[in-house]
Design a protein around this ligand. Structure first.
Ligand SMILES: [Fe+2]
Length: 251
């Protein structure tokens, strides 16, 4: 459970994950091929008059022409941490939490085509932290992404929710994007929390996998955690060889 609205506490620190202003289209944990499938958003107070929009890619995926369908079915997305563009106002230690939730290690991979827990197919359309499609340059990737976006970003695929307080909305994260068109400012009282779920009680077999995908292979969680930790230590200590006293100092 986490707070998504951006408000500052008495010490001036943000209490929500995301920055002020509007939030562009995105979905959660896009770099994990076994990301949580559903987010439940709860409007606690001050939400009346604000909006969240939802864009489901199932229908546009089903109407792609044969060339695009062949292409998207073969494409793999590659991800790199973007420094925290969605959480720009957080302090550095808070941003690290967001980073390890979004893209904990460079060059993580996912298939572009994905499906909901109930097996509805669509696109895991890449948003923030997208680097490129595997085998394409960044320029080629962004061009093809724009081509797909032209076919997806249409009013008929978008639902706009006008919030009232004390509501909960569950939204898919595998093939559905969401955005915040409401411009949140300092002092706003708009307060939402969220929870995440894999829906594996309703749809057995949809829980987290026992591995991540990296460089074309499955990496088990223990090995992946060691990779992430090795990277973290390298960033903290630089390229100098690690020694026990320095590690103890940092603990
Ligand atoms: Fe979100």
């Amino acid at each position: 459970m986490s707070r998504v609205s951006y408000q500052k506490n008495a010490k001036g620190k943000p209490t929500g994950v995301f920055t002020n202003g509007e939030l562009d289209w995105h979905s959660d944990q896009q770099s994990y091929h076994d990301n949580h499938r559903v987010v439940g958003l709860m409007s606690l107070w001050g939400c009346e008059g604000s909006q969240t929009t939802f864009l489901c890619t199932a229908a546009p995926y089903a109407t792609l022409n044969q060339d695009d369908l062949t292409m998207v079915n073969e494409l793999t997305t590659v991800w790199n941490w973007d420094g925290g563009t969605m959480s720009a106002d957080l302090i550095e230690s808070q941003k690290e939490i967001v980073r390890y939730n979004m893209v904990p290690y460079p060059e993580m991979e996912c298939a572009l085509v994905d499906q909901t827990a109930s097996c509805v197919k669509g696109l895991r359309f890449p948003s923030h932290c997208f680097s490129h499609f595997k085998g394409m340059t960044r320029e080629e990737s962004m061009k093809y992404r724009a081509h797909l976006w032209d076919q997806i970003n249409k009013p008929e695929y978008i639902y706009t929710h006008n919030w009232k307080d004390n509501q909960t909305m569950f939204m898919d994260q595998n093939i559905t994007l969401h955005a915040r068109p409401t411009n949140v400012k300092d002092g706003d009282t708009r307060t939402l929390s969220r929870m995440i779920s894999y829906l594996d009680k309703l749809y057995p077999g949809n829980g987290p996998a026992d591995h991540v995908l990296y460089d074309g292979r499955k990496v088990d969680h223990a090995e992946f955690a060691a990779m992430v930790d090795g990277q973290r230590r390298k960033e903290y200590f630089g390229d100098a060889p690690l020694n026990a006293s320095k590690i103890l100092e940092s603990a």
